[in-house]
Structure formats: C-alpha cells, structure tokens
Design a protein around this ligand. Sequence first.
Ligand code: NAD
Ligand code: LMR
Length: 345
Amino acid sequence: MVKVTVCGAAGGIGQPLSLLLKLNPAVSELALFDIVNAKGVAADLSHINTPAVVTGHQPANKEDKTAIVDALKGTDLVVIPAGVPRKPGMTRADLFNINASIIRDLVANIGRTAPNAAILIISNPVNATVPIAAEVLKKLGVFNPGKLFGVTTLDSVRAETFLGELINVNPSQLQGRISVVGGHSGDTIVPLINVTPDVSAKVANISKADYDKFVNRVQFGGDEVVKAKNGAGSATLSMAYAGYRFAAGVLNSLGGASTSSSGVPDSSYVYLPGVPGGKEFSAKYLNGVDFFSVPIVLENGVIKSFINPFEHMKITQKEQELVKVALGGLEKSIEQGTNFVKGSK
Ligand code: NAD
Ligand code: LMR
C-alpha cells in the first residue's frame, strides 16, 4: 500500500507525471493537489483501469488548509512540480521570487502532515529550492536528508539522448552507463561520460568540438525547449518521463529493490552532510559545498549510500574543471535558498 501525492498536479509536468504514476501497479493511492483543476485531472485519471485510487484536492480559497492536509495525510512519497516555468529570456534563477515561497509553504505542510514522506522536488530553481526545503524541515525538527531529493534526472535523460546520437548507440542503453553530477542549471550541470569502459572507448573518438557541443547541449538543453515553446513554458513531457523514472526508482526501493542493481544509479541533488560519507566527500572534493547531485543508492526509500564519482569513475581533467565551475554557481544558489528561509517567519 503506497500513497503518492503530486503537488502541482494540474500543470504541464503534473498531468503527464500523474498519468505515469497512475500506471504504476505499486501505487495504491494517488492524491493530486493543485490550486486549480486538481479535481478535473483526478476525475479523468480515475477512469484508467489500474489499481491506484485517484483523489483530487483543491483549496476552496486561500485560507482553506484542508485540501493540502487531505492530500498529504499518510502519504509515502510527494512529488512537487508546483510553481511557474520559464519564458524565453529568463534564467531559472528568475523563478526564485515566485517559486521559493511556493516550495517553502508546501514543504512546511509536508513537514507537519507527513514528516516521514520522501520528497522529490522538481520546481526550479532546483539548486535553491532543495536548500529551501531542507531549511524548512530543519526548522520544524523533521529533516531526514536521506529522504529529500532534488530531481535532476532530466539532465541524465538528455545526456543519454545527445551522447547516443553522437556515438551512434541506442540512447536507452546508455542509462546507467554515463552519469551527470553537480546541479540543475547551466554550467552547474556536469556530464561524466567515462564511466564504463565500453562507452569510454567510443567517446575516445569524439572530436573536441563535438564534445564541447555535447556538454553545452546538456547544460543548456532546457533553453532549447523554452525557446521552441516560445512563451508557452518549458520542458513538461520529457520532464514527466524523467520525474517518473526517478520516482519509480524510489517506489521500487520501497518494495525492496536496490537502485544500484543495473549500472550507475540516477543522480539526485541531495544534502551531502546528511548522507553517509557525504560530509567527507564534500570537504575533500567540493570545497565543502553542502548540496550536490550524485548517483545515489536507495534502500526502503532512503539514501543508503552514494557513488563518489572521483573515486569510482574515470573523471577527466576537463570534467574536473567543469565541477570547479559548477561549485561557484551552486554556492550562491544554496546560500540564497538557505537565507530565504532563515529570513522568513
Ligand atoms: P505549469 O505552470 O504548467 O504548472 C505548474 C502548476 O503548479 C500549475 O498547475 C499551478 O496551478 C500549480 N501551482 C502553483 N502554485 C501552487 C501551489 N502553491 N500549490 C500547488 N500547486 C501550485 O509549470 P510546469 O511546466 O509544470 O513546471 C513546473 C515547475 O517545474 C517549474 O518551476 C519549472 O521550471 C520546473 N521544471 C523543472 C525541471 C527539472 O528538471 N527539475 C524540468 C522542467 C520544469
Ligand atoms: C529544464 O531543464 O528543462 C527545466 O529546468 C526547465 C527549464 O527552465 O529549462
């Protein structure tokens, strides 16, 4: 019996992500929360002939707290794609002013109503919204770093697709054979492609120009979609796929499966000092940066360990330089997120 709650379920990501979750046989209850149209989306999905019982929760007005409490009561996993997306010309950081308080308030409700739930944050800027969530949970005295996940899977999905095109390999076969670490925005995103010897042998033939283009495309793939949608939002369908891939990993681990069983597991942007060995890793390789996306191994929905890319992958000089650049951007976003909550009532 697993209850999953989606906050922002009526949005561009929320709807297809909820559809994918409805198809997962491990889900017994799917609670959809949004400030608009949650009941409509729930009624629609509820007609699909899979076991998950779908419920819709929408506040009647700004003061109504019963909808969010009902959506979260007894939940095991909360996925959050609530908030505004980018328009052309904006950076993810430009979303902070609106999305920071949405995440702060939703996570506070989770901390009060479902303190043991795993929390998956999709809303941008992920580099700052995850530190916001951590700080809110700390304030409430219920922070479990092993259960707070910034969803960076779309970067891996893109890296697999773009590298597959470049080395002529079926991109779905690259899952677990390359990795992406760092954060989720521009040059904080660092693809690592020398993870397994077979892929390493193929990428050895890529020209420097093609490699640079590949890195740039992974780092700025989000912009490609924002530009193509021309004001109608950012990635929604590829994100729903990526968010589901990550959520399904968490759900599988609740059912006893280990995420390390098939190659390198997906990365997630996590609070390193709260993960076994994470503090030492950060001190040694990341100048003490607290949040970083690394491949994580899950057990029963909790981070059991992570894979240290510097020790278990053949990181090139160039990739080390990319990590160094990433740390600068991450430090600023982490500070912004943390200070936002410290300055809030
Ligand atoms: P959208 O505008 O289509 O949907 C957002 C939904 O959130 C809307 O239905 C809205 O009503 C709802 N919402 C707003 N405030 C809410 C609140 N307080 N509680 C509950 N629901 C609320 O946007 P989208 O395209 O689905 O994108 C959502 C977020 O995901 C954006 O911040 C976007 O930047 C981010 N995103 C992240 C990634 C990633 O890789 N992590 C990828 C794509 C998009
Ligand atoms: C993405 O990577 O597609 C998302 O973070 C959305 C965006 O704003 O680019």
